[in-house]
Every structure is written in C-alpha cells, then in structure tokens.
Design a protein around this ligand. Structure first.
Ligand code: GLY
Length: 301
C-alpha cells in the first residue's frame, strides 16, 4: 500500500478549489513514486504543486514579512535513512523543498539559511522569483495603512488579511513500508525579516522515522518549543495509534503555549490522522493512487 497525505494548513478554506489543489498534489506525489520509486522525488512533486498554487502560503502566494518581501522555509526528511535537510528564511526562490532536497543530496550540510540559501539555490539553477501575488501585496499594504493610522490589525498570523491559506505539508508511505515527510511555507504574516518557523526544525515541525512521518502547521514557535513532531514519533514508537497520539500532541502543544495548529501523521501500517485545534484544516488523502475520504479531528481547546 502507498499513502500520500497532504494538508493546506490550519485556518485555510475547505472550499472546493483548496481541496482539489491538495488532491492534485497528493496524486502528483503518487504518480512520481510510481514512476521513480523515489520517496524524496515524490514528496518534491507533491509540494512543488502546492508551491506553484497561489491559494496556499508556500512558494508563489506566500505572506509578506514586516518589510514587504517573502522569505520561505522548506524541509524534507526520509524515515528509512534518517536524512533531513532544510532551508530557512530564504528570499527570492519559489521551490523551497527542492532547494532542501539539493542540500540533502549535494552538500555535506543539513540546513542553509538566508542569503546563503539563496546563493546556493542560484548556483543550482533555480530562477529568481519574488513569490509575491497581487493579493498578498494588497494584504500587506492594507496592514501598513492600518498600522500608520493607529488602527488595530485584524489578521491571521498564518494567512495575512486573507484567512484562507498557510503552510503546506505532505507525509507518505511507500509500498515497502518506508516513510518520509516534507513541508514548505512563507511563514507568518508580518514576521520580522529572518524569522524562522517550525517547518525547518527537525522534531519541531517535521519528523520521519521507521515508525511514522509527521508534519505540523500553525504557530511555528509553539511547535518548535514543544518538539511536537518528535513527541508524535515517540508516541507511535511506544505503540500509540496515530489519532490518539495526534490528539495528545495538539492538546499538549496548546497546554504549554496556548497556541493553535494542526498535524498530519501516517504510520508504517498506513494508519493516518489529521488533528488540529483551529477553525479549519483541509487535507487530501491518496491511497494506492485513489483519493479517499478521511476524518479530520478537531480538538476543542
Ligand atoms: N507553521 C508555519 C510557520 O510558523 O512558519
């Protein structure tokens, strides 16, 4: 059995275009796995599809930082080999997860950040792309105008003034029981330049092992401080069911930080869970190349 489980993050719309975009991404992942048998390439294909879709806060359509530009985080981890790589706070490049893959496969390093990550991406042939859409630019301009006139800013930390988009992530299982995870994000709206969220923190926003693959989303700082992705891995390793461990992880994160977020997990038996404590959490599940319905667990915190 192979599984691709994709999310469009908390506070994201569950309307048809958002769900269809996630389904397309999960199917792209499955198609790539079928063609190449590469877990890393299949995750890259799934996440690239979402980075190219301006509906989500990753790649094109990312939220702008305080100074009006985009900095992206991206990561990828293989459970079989334990290999992990990431880029953090990288400007002017759309496919953060592809740059993370290059870091994994073509350097001795694990994480590249900021200007160094950008220069590395350029060396590897990635085009310059400011990733800014008209909609996110308008969102930022409105926030600046409101700030100047002393008005309270009412916006989603994940999605800007549009409450409909955030980090994207994918967990997968191949038909030999091997697991992997990847994630990509523009981070949080109006973040300080240089701010890094949970996406490139191994054990914080992402983890994969021989037991499970996990990606998290929401207030990145909360997932880093609680090492939530590793908490899930520990729980599954100890024999927990993904849904039960996912519930415990989100409740624990909330109790320690008061924040909201969500996570996806798949274990080596193909059991999946999507758990969150926010308003919405769109996901798409593809098993053996077919879109399947899946229950999303919303915890009242
Ligand atoms: N969860 C995305 C971020 O905080 O950057």
């Amino acid at each position: 059995m192979s599984v691709f489980f994709v999310h469009g993050s908390v506070e994201t719309s569950t309307e048809t275009p958002y769900i269809k975009g996630l389904e397309r991404a999960a199917l792209k992942g499955w198609e790539k796995l079928t063609a190449t048998e590469s877990r890393i390439d299949s995750l890259e294909a799934a996440i690239n599809e979402l980075e190219d879709n301006p509906l989500y806060n990753a790649g094109l359509g990312s939220v702008l930082n305080r100074d009006g530009y985009v900095e992206v985080d991206g990561s990828i981890m293989d459970g079989e080999t334990g290999k992990f790589a990431a880029v953090a706070s990288m400007p002017l490049i759309r496919h953060a997860v592809s740059v993370a893959k290059k870091v994994m496969l073509e350097t001795k390093h694990v994480v590249l950040a900021g200007e160094g990550a950008f220069l590395f991406a350029r060396e590897k042939g990635f085009p310059v792309d400011n990733c800014i859409t008209q909609e996110q630019l308008q969102s930022w301009q409105l926030a600046m105008d409101l700030q100047k006139s002393g008005q309270e800013l009412v916006f989603s930390p994940y999605t800007g003034l549009r409450k409909e988009t955030d980090t994207v992530g994918c967990v997968m299982l191949d038909d030999r029981g091997r697991l992997a995870a990847a994630s990509s994000t523009g981070g949080s709206f109006l973040k300080l330049p240089g701010r890094v969220g949970d996406t490139p923190f191994i054990g914080g926003g992402i983890f994969a092992s021989e037991h499970c693959a996990v990606v998290c989303t929401g207030r990145g700082e909360a997932f880093i401080q609680t090492l939530t992705a590793k908490f899930v891995d520990d729980g599954i390793q100890a024999g927990g069911h993904p849904e039960q461990v996912g519930r415990e992880a989100i409740r624990r994160m909330f109790e320690k930080t008061g924040e909201s977020g969500g996570l996806l997990v798949v274990d080596r038996h193909g059991r999946v869970a999507a758990v969150h404590n926010s308003d919405s959490f769109p996901v798409a599940l593809v098993v053996d190349g077919k879109v399947k319905q899946v229950e999303v667990v919303q915890i009242d915190t």
